[in-house]
Design a binder for this molecule. Structure first.
Ligand SMILES: Cc1cc2nc3c(=O)[nH]c(=O)nc-3n(C[C@H](O)[C@H](O)[C@H](O)COP(=O)(O)O)c2cc1C
Length: 201
């Protein structure tokens, strides 16, 4: 009887351990190819709660381009994730991302989609940008915000892109507050179609 109880307890502990570590370990996101498979554009995104995924997938569908998700290896969930996220952007704390770097050599245009945290881009996307070589690339930035993103942040990001040898190809702000998923997608498609990168594609 004691043996059986010990076995059951061991299985329970092992299962719990798995749930808390291995089973929760994020799977490395791979690039999703456009249907033409000869795309010269790549949409890169990070999302905490799914809005930026809707935006990135809508853009990807309009351009029929490749899509790469960036994962933040820090747990950003819940209220704690919100507070720590806010502290991390304000203190410019680095984070670990997956994949660590994205091979951009096959692309002319990089469309970067990030949630807005504390009027800045997220630590994960900042990390991606720091790890990237934008030489001879056009880089377009999409900030996804509940309500607002400062114009001076877009200007600073443009300076960063230029300092890394890239061309600042413009930016967009997608506001998500009180919007249903379908409204976020419709708004994204409407706004992206008005941009120079779309018109010259
Ligand atoms: C830490 C944190 C800070 C945020 N700061 C801002 C902000 O400065 N301005 C804003 O409009 N929304 C802000 N938001 C809201 C998100 O930008 C918004 O909900 C966005 O749609 C979330 O995108 P996601 O679902 O892809 O994570 C913040 C959210 C978090 C978690």
């Amino acid at each position: 009887m004691k043996m059986l109880a010990a076995c059951l307890l061991s299985i329970f502990i092992l299962t719990m351990g798995c749930q808390q570590s291995d089973c929760k370990a994020p799977i490395e996101p791979v690039v999703v190819k456009g249907t033409q498979n000869n795309s010269k554009a790549l949409t890169v995104f990070y999302t905490r709660t799914g809005n930026t995924r809707l935006v990135a997938e809508s853009i990807r569908n309009e351009f029929d381009c490749d899509l790469q998700e960036i994962k933040d290896l820090k747990d950003r969930s819940g209220i704690k994730g919100f507070i720590v996220g806010m502290i991390d952007v304000k203190t410019k704390k680095k984070t670990k991302i997956m994949p660590k770097a994205v091979d951009l050599k096959d692309y002319d245009l990089i469309i970067i989609c990030s949630p807005t945290w504390g009027m800045r881009l997220t630590p994960a996307i900042t990390e991606f940008m720091n790890a990237s070589d934008f030489k001879d690339k056009k880089v377009f930035v999409v900030a996804v915000a509940a309500a607002e993103m400062k114009a001076k942040t877009f200007k600073r990001i443009g300076d960063e892109i230029r300092s890394k040898g890239g061309t600042d190809a413009g930016n967009l702000l997608i506001k998500t507050m009180f919007k249903k998923p379908e409204e976020i997608k419709t708004e994204t498609i409407k706004l992206i179609k008005g941009t120079a990168i779309y018109q010259s594609k």
